[in-house]
Design a protein around this ligand. Structure first.
Ligand SMILES: Nc1ncnc2c1ncn2[C@@H]1O[C@H](COP(=O)(O)OP(=O)(O)OP(=O)(O)O)[C@@H](O)[C@H]1O
Ligand SMILES: C[C@@](O)(CCO)CC(=O)[O-]
Ligand SMILES: [Mg+2]
Length: 388
């Protein structure tokens, strides 16, 4: 029996970091996906190992199922229908299982993803032999939600072949989960994100699960929104590596040092996100109205970027992107956790293709990588018998 699940990455249009502290944020899925295939051996295969293949990185890990059982003996029986947090003791036992795999030092950042894998796998499927293959179109650790896309696609694949989820296994092609299953996959993915991020708000796994565009507040308060204007964003990857967990922690530390000032910053971000959501959803009667809306969006993006600088999560490479795009009168802001990673630039409808080509050429001459992704597509989907 085999299933493949896919879940998209995301961009945050407004509100990253502040969302962890209770502000509203707005996010949209992008058409770059992480794929997880889950294959259970047949009884005649006589196989008792759990294999994890990270195909893009040419890495393969495996554990005898008995070894996992021995290490996680305190876990109790698994219950796929009730998402639970990984305790600090189990985290330590999982870390030992990951360490035994001798991940190359240059790729040690993957240890967090492999830990989340072991937690989600054993919690949803228990101690069973299987082969799991992961591939991703997303750059890892760049602000496009690779960790959430991993946790959502993994949870979906594991749930799709679990008892609480009843799906039509003979369905051909990609299949969307029902509301109850989506909610369950989202909750499990959040537990995985906690292992990778420390203190996630849940916005990344939620937009990856549901797709499209969402307005989000801490605690899962979710409004699905529909854009009423063309939204074209240039995504520039500075290729400066960073780690969301450390950046989220650094903003929390600044908040402890300056509670009153940071509370004002978070309040301002909340207003920006709400205004941005209103603008995006309001109908535009003609080209002039679209241009006016784009100018307002640009101003809100610039204001949000200024507040992200106040939080201490910008970076010299991000400032270079901002300066470069400003030469062409284009507004930009970082997206995701910052500290490097990706920057968004709004490409107005009336901007000529020649200007877009020039900006991209200039950004790429700085060593950055540019892409234009489709915004607001589908969320998680599954496909039985291999992906189509
Ligand atoms: N395809 C994958 N395979 C294995 N691990 C992955 C994969 N995708 C993400 N990860 C794990 O997630 C980590 C990156 O997550 P991180 O939250 O730091 O960045 P991001 O999710 O790409 O950006 P952001 O959270 O700002 O949107 C990787 O270092 C790795 O541990
Ligand atoms: C930085 C952050 O706000 C977004 C990362 O994409 C973290 C989170 O909300 O979990
Ligand atoms: Mg992440």
């Amino acid at each position: 029996m085999e299933v493949t699940a896919r879940a998209p990455g995301k961009i945050i249009l407004a509100g990253e970091h502040a969302v962890v502290h209770g502000s509203t944020a707005v996010a949209a899925s992008i058409d770059l996906y992480t794929y997880v295939s889950l294959h259970f051996p047949t009884d005649s295969d006589n196989n008792d190992t759990l294999k994890l293949q990270l195909k893009d990185m040419a890495l393969e890990f495996s554990w005898p199922v008995g070894r996992i059982k021995e290490a996680l003996s305190g876990l109790g029986s698994c219950d796929a229908s009730s998402p639970t947090s990984c305790s600090p003791e189990i985290i330590k036992s999982i870390a030992a299982l990951v360490e035994e795999q001798n991940i190359p030092e240059v790729k040690i950042g993957l240890a967090a993803g492999v830990s989340a894998f072991l937690w989600l796998y054993t919690s949803i499927q228990g101690y069973k032999a299987a082969k799991v293959v992961i591939t991703s179109e997303l750059p890892l650790g760049s602000g496009l939600g690779s960790s959430a896309a991993l946790c959502v696609s993994l949870s979906a694949a594991l749930l799709a072949l679990s008892d609480p989820v009843k799906l039509d296994l003979s369905h051909q092609g990609w299949l969307t989960f029902g509301e109850t299953e989506l909610e369950l996959a989202n909750k499990w993915a959040f537990e995985g994100e906690k292992i990778i991020h420390g203190k996630p708000s849940g916005i990344d796994n939620t937009v990856s699960t549901y797709g499209n565009m969402i307005k989000f507040r801490l605690g899962g308060d979710l409004t699905r929104i529909k854009s009423n204007m063309p939204l074209k964003m240039l995504i520039t990857n500075t290729k400066v590596g960073r780690n969301t967990k450390a950046l989220v922690a650094s903003v929390s530390e600044r908040t402890v040092r300056h509670p009153s000032a940071m509370s004002s910053v978070f309040n301002a971000v909340d207003s920006i996100s709400n205004e941005l959501a209103t603008i995006i959803q309001s109908p535009a009667s003609n080209d002039l109205a679209v241009t006016e809306k784009e100018e307002t969006l640009e101003e809100l993006m610039e204001m949000n970027q200024g507040l992200l600088q106040c939080m201490g999560v910008s970076h010299a490479s991000i400032e270079t992107v901002l300066r470069t795009t400003l030469k062409y009168k284009l507004a930009s802001k970082l997206t995701g956790a910052g500290g490097g990673g990706c920057v968004l630039t709004l490409l107005p409808t009336l901007l000529s293709g020649t200007v877009v080509d020039k900006v991209i050429a200039e950004l790429e001459s700085c060593g950055f990588q540019c892409l234009i992704a489709g915004i607001g597509g589908k969320g998680l989907e599954v496909c039985f018998g291999g992906s189509s």
